[in-house]
Design a protein around this ligand. Structure first.
Ligand code: AMP
Length: 288
């Protein structure tokens, strides 16, 4: 496995792989890898010949009072995990390599970036689409794998590639959870033992929503009320609990096919997200 730090070396490597008629599979991450990230690498290996994992804590997707400075980092550990998972390259650039001064250019998807996480993180998706666009130009992948954990991000990136006619296949992978249901996240490291226990209400509230659907309760307001009650039974601060159409990300009054249950909740100082995607109302399906 090779570690590449510069844009030009990564582009040269990508050109070489493409010249040899191999397909490049790409997994962008911010590092501090866990089994969720590893599942994306595993998926990429099944559908592409040469796997590039990027590790870059992207400053443009963090708001002014967010956790950019304290975001967990451990490159040595990540390197070993990537090697064991069978990645071929880690692209690990410095911030100055990606955003040399002066930097003026951003990519923005409108409409579906204003709701859910976009409400409390107004610049977040602009930062995400900008970095993903840049990474696509640097890594030149045929296919890129993203987790359903960040459902809105997945939809935004898919829309960006469609709208900008980018010749890259965007592939989704299901949420990987801890044994007790907590969605894996690099930010789980911030949680104290008590907070870690309280954080289970996110997944529990999604399970509750699923159970309510099973007994025929499909009114969004009713389901949201029950979810909110469960979440606020522990010390927490709700950013949003929403039931939306999975494509438009606009709220729905009645749950039907293709619905997303999405939530963002602060436990202590840690903002966590989770979601449940219902493809068919009578049959819960995760993405494959
Ligand atoms: P991050 O390092 O948090 O920016 O995430 C990098 C990629 O890993 C994104 O596509 C995330 O959606 C995905 N990811 C993060 N956590 C999980 C998880 N628990 N299960 C599946 N994918 C995940």
């Amino acid at each position: 496995m090779e570690i590449i730090h510069t844009v030009s070396n990564m582009q040269k490597k990508a050109d070489e792989i493409r010249r040899n008629n191999k397909t490049i599979g790409f997994v962008p991450t911010m590092g501090y890898l866990h089994k969720g990230h590893l599942s994306l690498i595993e998926k990429a290996k099944k559908i592409a010949d040469f796997i590039v994992v990027s590790i870059f804590v992207n400053p443009t997707q963090f708001g002014p009072n967010e956790d950019l400075d304290k975001y967990p980092r451990n490159f040595e550990r990540d390197e070993k995990l990537c090697r064991d998972a069978g990645a071929d390259v880690i692209f690990y650039p410095k911030t100055e390599e990606i955003y040399p001064e002066p930097y003026f250019t951003f990519v923005e998807v409108t409409e579906i970036t204003g709701s859910l996480c976009g409400l409390s993180r107004p610049e977040h998706f602009k930062g995400v689409t900008t970095i993903v666009n840049k990474l696509f130009n640097i890594v030149k992948p045929h296919k890129a794998v993203f987790g359903q954990k960040d459902f809105q991000q997945f939809q935004v990136i898919q829309k960006m590639t469609q709208d900008l006619n980018m010749d890259i296949e965007i592939i989704g992978a299901p949420i990987v959870r801890e044994h007790d249901g907590l969605a894996m996240s690099s930010r789980n490291k911030y949680l104290s033992e008590t907070e870690r226990q309280n954080a289970l209400v996110l997944n529990k509230s999604l399970t509750l929503a699923k159970d309510l659907l099973k007994i025929g309760k499909t009114e969004s307001n009713f389901i949201k009320e029950k979810m909110t009650k469960l979440i606020t039974s522990v010390p927490s601060q709700i950013d949003y609990v929403e039931i939306v159409n999975a494509k438009s990300l606009k709220p729905v009054d009645i749950v039907s096919d293709n619905t997303l249950f999405a939530l963002a909740v602060k436990i202590g100082n840690t903002r966590l997200i989770d979601n449940l995607y219902i493809k068919q109302i009578d049959e819960e399906k995760t993405w494959q």
